[in-house]
Design a binder for this molecule. Structure first.
Ligand code: PNS
Length: 162
């Protein structure tokens, strides 16, 4: 992949999990610059504020020098145009993700023809990992250590149990 390309890695990240972090890390190895965007999703009621989500992601990736983490509440296609990003990187888990991701990829292409959506296949162990599952386990007092890094574990427990 070209190190000249600016890629964006959008999501709700409510909260970020090992699944997201794997995709972000792999993207950072492929592109010159990766901008992780904590974006708005109208169909989700998030548990963490955008600022909290940005901070949690930053805490998890202190060594990824070419990765920036931002919050953006507008259209992804517009953000890509603003910063000159030409790739949107998304992780694909089970087939159940496909329909939704395909729809977003086609919409973003229509809104900004200069941007390509690229899918990275999730690692097998993250196939069924989701932020909502992490929140549910935390709420019921379960151990979330295998799903999120230690450095944000307590932040998640504190917020979910409030
Ligand atoms: O982690 P998610 O919730 O599946 O990510 C979805 C997200 C945030 C990437 C998507 O809702 C999005 O792109 N939101 C920004 C607004 C936008 O551009 N909407 C049109 C995309 S089709």
């Amino acid at each position: 992949m070209s190190k000249e390309i600016i890629a964006i890695c959008p999501g709700s990240f409510d909260p970020v999990t090992y699944g997201h972090l794997d995709i972000i890390t792999r993207a950072s190895n492929m592109f010159g610059k990766v901008i992780v965007i904590v974006a708005g999703n109208l169909s989700k009621n998030c548990s963490f504020s955008p600022e909290e989500r940005v901070e949690m992601i930053k805490k998890c990736i202190p060594n990824l020098d070419n990765v920036e983490v931002v919050h953006y509440s507008g259209l992804l296609a517009d953000y890509a145009a603003e910063v000159g990003a030409t790739a949107i990187i998304k992780g694909l888990r089970a087939m159940s993700d496909f329909e939704y991701e395909f729809q977003m990829a086609l919409t973003n292409k229509k809104l900004n023809p200069n941007v390509e959506t690229l899918f990275l296949t999730t690692k097998a162990e993250n196939m069924y990992l989701s932020s909502s599952m992490v929140k549910q386990i935390a709420l019921m007092g379960g151990d979330i250590s295998s799903f999120v890094p230690e450095v944000i574990k307590q932040d998640i427990i504190d917020r979910i149990k409030k």
